[in-house]
Design a protein around this ligand. Structure first.
Ligand SMILES: Nc1nc2c(ncn2[C@@H]2O[C@H](COP(=O)(O)OP(=O)(O)O)[C@@H](O)[C@H]2O)c(=O)[nH]1
Ligand SMILES: [Mg+2]
Ligand SMILES: [Zn+2]
Length: 382
């Protein structure tokens, strides 16, 4: 990153940002957090005249990722900074774990906020950031720092509200899809929905079939076989017998994992088995049982003793098909994709058309009937 040649980037500033207000912003920032932006981008200049333009030329590198909320990587003085990972965000107040092993309470550099198109996405849980620690403050033993740069993101789990993308957590490596084979009963359709989410986000899904102590393994084998054939890692677990725990440990280790699955399937129990230090509350029906409501609980990263992170947050656990439109569904079913080319109609939904390559594949036994029915259900619901 630092080897890339810096260049001038024309960037659109957040509506309402004007040169004249800048000084005021600094002062307010300083009053609020006790931070001083001693290293403003020096070569910035305002072009055009006052209100007429909202563009500014800053020195930095253009972000390459289209999902990257912050399109410009600010040039910073790296010697003064350390790398960190954002554990949680409350408003504009962030908890960051620094690579020095310390935790920092951080504010966000004013210019970063101005570069963002959406305040809520400036910094999110999971972000890798550069922070500039503050010299000791009157806050006592608490470390304070300023987030001066957000590194490009991948694996963003987000939700669209009022036409705007709201990133809930970034840099997700794996989606741990937990289902129970009994109590509550197995719902393969729900697994399929979460698999679509993983395909959309671009992270690796891991299917975890829990409570295996309650059934005959042979009953579950065919379903697991279908997922296995599709290339989705599938693990059988039981927190009561310890089945699969060691295998799951190896999978989640050193990764940033987001845990999803309906209430009561054993997510908290599983995480406690993986890492007893977590001590998550199990059987917490009250906090889990809010499916209809839009829980606004912010995402929070928890570090595991074995290495890596997990996110087990109600608001994220219950996210489902936000963001996926009907036309996209087939593309996220990797087993359907190969047959789409032989459909007669280019806009075939594969539900009622004939002839249809997908329906033919089901008839020929090339496509799992249950997966096809699951597709139809999701497609018609949208
Ligand atoms: N029989 C059996 N029960 C389990 C297993 N894992 C969790 N449970 C029970 O399932 C219930 C819900 O577990 P919990 O971890 O709170 O589920 P969560 O809502 O997904 O976090 C609790 O009563 C657990 O004791 C398992 O592998 N086998
Ligand atoms: Mg739980
Ligand atoms: Zn078709």
């Amino acid at each position: 990153m630092s080897k890339k040649k810096s260049r001038k980037v024309r960037t659109k500033l957040k509506k309402g940002h004007q040169g004249r207000r800048r000084r005021g912003d600094f002062t307010r920032e300083f009053e609020k957090h006790g931070f001083r932006d001693i290293d403003p981008v020096r070569q910035e200049r305002l072009s055009g005249k006052g209100d007429l333009t909202r563009h500014r030329t800053v020195i930095g590198e253009a972000g390459s990722d289209e999902h990257d909320a912050i399109k410009v990587q600010l040039k910073i003085n790296e010697q003064d900074c350390i790398r960190g990972r954002v554990y949680s965000v409350h408003g504009l107040d962030c908890v960051v774990a620094g690579s020095d092993g310390q935790q920092y309470r951080c504010a966000i550099r004013g210019l970063l906020k101005n570069l963002s198109t959406d305040q809520r996405n400036v910094v999110v849980a999971g972000d890798i950031v550069m922070i500039r620690p503050e010299a000791s403050t009157d806050a006592g033993d608490r470390n304070e720092a300023l987030i001066v740069r957000v590194e490009p993101r991948y694996g963003c789990i987000s939700r669209t509200s009022k036409g705007q993308q709201h990133v809930l957590v970034s840099n997700v490596d794996q989606l741990l899809i937990v289902a129970s084979v009994s109590q509550p009963e197995l719902k393969p359709n729900l697994i399929d929905r979460f698999l679509m989410t993983a395909e959309k986000v671009g992270c690796r899904p891991v299917i975890c079939l829990n409570k295996m102590d309650l059934v005959e393994p042979a009953e579950i084998q065919p379903l697991a076989g279908t997922y296995g054939q599709l290339g989705y890692p599938t693990v059988f677990t039981s927190t009561t017998t310890g089945l699969g725990i060691e295998q799951l440990r190896a999978i989640v280790k050193d990764k940033q994992n987001v845990v999803v699955g309906q209430s009561g399937v054993g997510k908290s129990s599983l995480l406690n088995s993986l890492d007893p230090g977590l001590q998550l509350r199990t059987n917490a029906v009250s906090s889990d049982n809010q499916k209809g409501k839009h829980t606004t609980t912010a995402a929070q990263l928890i570090e595991m003793e074995l290495g890596g992170y997990i996110v087990d947050t109600p608001g994220i656990r219950q996210f489902q098909l936000w963001d996926i439109v009907a036309e996209e569904v087939a593309g996220f079913f990797r087993d359907l994709r190969p047959f789409i080319n032989s459909c007669r109609y280019p806009n075939c939904t594969h539900v009622h058309e004939s002839p249809c390559g997908v329906k033919q594949a089901v008839a020929d036994g090339l496509l799992d009937l249950r997966r096809y029915e699951s597709y139809c259900q999701i497609r018609t619901e949208l």
